[in-house]
Design a binder for this molecule. Structure first.
Ligand SMILES: NCc1[nH]cc(CCC(=O)O)c1CC(=O)O
Ligand SMILES: [Mg+2]
Length: 333
């Protein structure tokens, strides 16, 4: 047995890790610029740019500035932007501003599609930027977010955005049945190419905090929460049911949100349905990484790329990430 001992173990995984060429040859997942969706915040007016304190490096921009950002995204080859409005006036209890054809989102979509027809433009389906209370829907007297009444408004919002030229509508509200209602309305009105990226498994997460600062809904929301419509972070099986329903109702793509704390959900969804599946690396994930980078506690480029490849390994086809521009620049080098 001296012979066996001398050659033990015959399989040494470190052999393939020894050289750069063999590491490259056996690499299982690759991140490309085609995997990135860039979320942006748009403001009314001209020549305005505001920092979001809890998201270093992220700003709210008026359209003129946003067009420059979009141009950079196009040059880098980023396939799509996801548009979030900062509504400074016109909030009410009905969310009617959400389907104003002359509102901030439709105007921005028109301008983006005119300048950059090849750039995908996705809009967000939810009422929180437009409501006084910061909830994603219409409230009853007790403060409960009404499902079907909210869905009716979301349908109007979807048609309004599609009319303006939005390529993808992304309902992020978690009402039951809204994908079916939106799909039916889009078909009826002839918007046969409008895609739906359903925020299917959206958890009631505290990692959305910085985003609510960015769109200015956190103060309005106050101590209220979204537990009666967004999912319990403890649940996995329920996510499968949510995704199944949205696909059945006509979603083209599904999303899991947040991202890094929910990689198991992405994997299960991808393995179960094998449909285009996206992850949202949300504001709080960005904020915590960025804070560590700024303190010199983590290596910015390496940790950013590691956090993104993790989504690909988990089975995501793409990632909504505030790092999209930085990652695309790095990938071009
Ligand atoms: N419908 C609202 C919406 N759309 C996207 C996000 C969060 C995105 C992020 O944190 O980056 C939220 C916040 C929420 O549900 O309260
Ligand atoms: Mg659902």
């Amino acid at each position: 047995m001296i012979f066996a001992n001398r050659f033990f173990p015959a399989t040494r995984l470190r052999r393939m890790r020894h050289d750069d060429f063999s590491r490259r040859l056996m690499r299982e997942n690759v991140l490309t610029t085609n995997d990135l969706i860039y979320p942006v915040f748009v403001l009314e007016g001209d020549n305005r740019e505001q920092a979001v304190n809890s998201m270093p490096g992220v700003t709210r921009q008026s359209l003129d500035k946003l067009l420059h950002t979009a141009e950079e995204a196009v040059k880098l080859g980023i396939p799509m932007l996801s548009l979030f409005p900062v509504i400074e006036s016109g909030k009410d209890n009905s969310g009617a501003e959400a389907y104003n054809p002359d509102g901030l989102v439709p105007r921005t979509v028109r301008a983006l599609k005119e300048r950059f027809p090849e750039l995908g433009v996705m809009t967000d389906g939810a009422l929180d930027p437009y409501t006084i209370h910061g909830q994603d829907g219409i409230l009853d007297a007790s403060g409960y977010v009404l499902n079907d009444e909210t869905t009716e408004v979301l349908v109007k919002q979807a048609l309004c955005h599609a009319e303006a030229g939005a390529d993808v509508f992304g309902p992020s509200d978690m009402m039951d049945g809204r994908i079916g209602a939106i799909r039916e309305a889009l078909e009826e009105e002839g918007f046969i190419h409008t895609k739906i990226l359903a925020y299917s498994a959206k958890y009631a997460s505290a990692f959305y905090g910085p985003f609510r600062d960015a769109v200015g809904s956190s103060a309005n929301l106050g101590k209220a929460d979204k537990y009666t419509y967004q999912m319990d972070p403890a649940n996995l099986e329920e996510a499968i049911q949510e995704v199944a329903m949205d696909l059945e109702e006509g979603a083209d793509m599904v999303m899991i949100k947040p991202g890094m704390p929910y990689l198991d959900v992405i994997r299960r969804v991808k393995d179960t349905f094998r449909v285009p599946t996206y992850a949202y690396q949300v504001s709080g994930e960005y904020a915590m990484l960025k804070a560590a980078f700024q303190n010199g506690w983590l290596n910015e480029e390496k940790c950013m790329m590691e956090s993104l490849i993790a989504f690909k390994r988990a089975g995501a086809d793409g990632i909504l990430t505030y790092f999209a521009l930085d990652a695309a620049r790095l990938l071009r080098r």
